[in-house]
Design a protein. Structure first.
Length: 320
């Protein structure tokens, strides 16, 4: 088994590394990585329906999509992401416990009794410390998860705080759970760097395990995959299942109504109504937005073309 500690904190690079190691390597892999503030949605989710869009944009939080299913998670410098990539003879061999047991056993060495929730989570004293998901490729499986160690839980809560009922689709929806940091349960303080090294050392106790540093060619291939897929709007937002969005908001005593439908993130039906704008501008705006991306900059540009003043709160009417 190859044990890898990625030092690159770009979430797109790290997510691409998981896919690259899954599809281009033949060895079993254990990998740890961290990233800057990022909301990571599951492969089959509607990204916009899973995030607090104003908070995410205004706090420069990255939005990324992974190749596995499941719900939305939050990454920051206080979170440690782990990934197991394993060869299997058949999908029947795959089970959640196979991959969480090594993590649970490692935490036991720190006198922490973690347990599964039955919803692909790991808990400490009933509070979620880890969300997990899987992706199968041929005879290999990627199982990855978060380990909240010393994350900013307030940021986490705000970033994925959503108002239900605005989006309608068949996309997978997240189950929100009360969360906690692993560090708060430790009897002795441990820096996150020491926690990461501890997790690596536990895996390296396996006689078949060895430390592996991705080479220059590996890094180039991962960067290429990140650029061609994981950093693109088409993957992070356009991959969302088709959805309907409706909203009605009062701004400065006037009402804005929005109803739209998207396919692959592109608006193919829309109606802007209400008395915030005149009927003429409502009609012009409807025409301009048809065929555009359901994306902040696209909406903002259309509004600028029909209105002199476009506050951010007006753009957000089309999202939350």
């Amino acid at each position: 088994m190859l044990c890898i500690h990625l030092k690159n904190t770009d979430p797109f690079f790290c997510l691409a590394a998981e896919e690259y190691l899954l599809k281009k390597f033949s060895e079993d892999v254990f990998m740890l990585w961290q990233s800057k503030d990022t909301v990571v949605v599951g492969k089959h989710q509607n990204a916009l329906a899973e995030i607090n869009y104003p908070f995410v944009r205004e706090n420069n939080i990255t939005v990324a999509r992974r190749i596995s299913g499941g719900g939305t998670v939050f990454h920051d410098a206080g979170n440690v992401n782990f990934a197991f990539i394993k060869n299997v003879n058949s999908p029947a061999e795959i089970n959640f416990k196979m991959f969480t047991a090594p993590v649970v056993n490692a935490l036991e060495k720190l006198d922490l009794n973690a347990s599964t929730s039955g919803r692909n989570d790991l808990l400490l004293e009933g509070l979620k410390i880890s969300g997990n998901a899987e992706h199968v490729f041929k005879n290999r499986v990627l199982h990855h998860g978060t380990l909240l160690y010393s994350s900013d839980l307030e940021n986490l809560g705000q970033a994925i705080k959503v108002i239900p009922g605005k989006y309608e689709s068949k996309a997978v929806q997240s189950n929100r759970s009360p969360v906690a940091n692993i560090a708060s349960f430790l009897k002795k303080e441990m820096a996150i760097e020491d926690f990461i090294q501890f997790l690596l050392n536990v895996q390296l106790e396996n006689k078949e395990a060895r430390f592996y540093e991705p080479g220059e060619k590996d890094v180039q291939n991962i960067q290429q995959l990140a650029g061609e897929k994981f950093k693109t709007w088409e993957w992070n937002f356009g991959y969302s299942p088709k959805y309907f969005f409706q909203n009605k908001i009062n701004i400065d005593g006037r009402e804005v109504k929005v109803n739209l439908r998207t396919v692959k993130g592109i608006i193919n039906e829309i109606k802007v109504d209400g008395n915030y704008f005149s009927e003429k501008i409502n009609r012009q705006l409807t025409e301009k937005l048809l065929g555009k991306r359901h994306f902040f900059e696209d909406i903002q540009q259309a509004l600028i073309e029909v209105s002199d003043k476009v506050p951010d709160k007006l753009v957000y009417v089309f999202f939350v």
